[in-house]
Design a protein around this ligand. Structure first.
Ligand SMILES: [Zn+2]
Length: 249
């Protein structure tokens, strides 16, 4: 797994988060990738506003797609799945992913209030919740893009509020980003497993892998993303059916 692969999949998740933003949802989204075939199995975006359901987080929407396709009791599939999510999973989602036996979670920015992969709790490596299902995590992928989408959302929300709150009624900040505290999530050895040695300075300096923001990714509407994801998921299923048949033969 290389940084290029992480970023390529995270771009898809970011596009879906942009789609969520344009449909009155918090811009958080994810895709579930079948690791051996590198194909997208399912996707999800935050649905709490539309469904008025507090637990309709992006991860739960994707999990439910997988369960519909493979059956609720087939948790084996999760051991081959890598989740790419724009924001660190909350404690609830991090725990659900662990109980299902997810292989790995790759995320963009941290979830400073509810994060379950290092920010508040480290569910993925604790010994309380199904320790045999501990999974590894890769933080900081397209982090600035994920942060910017959340900023767009909060500025828009505040503008739409009947009484804009003075404190949050600031100009959109497009230049300053909080330090990336890698050590909160992974140690140096783990960092080197995922990234080249050239990037190690980012670990020590608490900086992002790239200072550049891919504005094209977050500043344009992504109206065709759902259709494309549907096609990707269908193509995975076709591939799977074909493989099952070959295995039988
Ligand atoms: Zn969650």
């Amino acid at each position: 797994m290389s940084l290029e692969v992480f970023e390529a999949h995270m771009r898809t998740a970011i596009k879906l988060a942009r789609y969520a933003l344009d449909h009155e949802e918090t811009p958080v989204a994810c895709i579930f990738v079948h690791s051996p075939s590198n194909k997208i199995v399912a996707y999800g975006m935050n649905d709490t506003n539309k469904s008025l359901t507090g637990i309709a987080h992006a991860e739960f929407m994707g999990i439910s797609q997988i369960q519909q396709k493979f059956g609720v009791h087939n948790t084996e599939i999760f051991s081959e799945i890598i989740l790419y999510v724009t924001v660190e999973p909350c404690i609830m989602c991090a725990s659900a992913l662990k109980q299902l036996g997810i292989k790995r979670v790759v995320f963009g920015c941290s979830n400073d209030r509810f994060g379950g992969n290092g920010s508040i709790l480290s569910i993925h490596q604790d010994t309380c919740t199904t320790p045999s299902n501990n999974y590894n995590i890769v933080p900081g992928i397209l982090r600035r893009e994920a942060i910017m989408l959340l900023r767009y959302f909060y500025v828009r929300e505040n503008e739409n509020a009947p009484k804009p709150r003075a404190k949050s009624n600031r100009k959109l900040d497009v230049e300053n980003f909080p330090p990336m505290n890698w050590s909160k999530y992974i140690n140096r050895e783990q960092f080197l497993e995922y990234f080249d040695e050239d990037n190690l300075r980012h670990y020590d300096d608490m900086t992002d892998l790239s200072r550049d923001v891919e504005w094209g990714l977050i500043d344009s509407c992504q109206d065709d993303i759902l259709e494309r994801l549907e096609q990707d998921c269908e193509s995975f299923e076709l591939h799977r059916v074909k493989k099952l048949k070959t295995d039988v033969i």
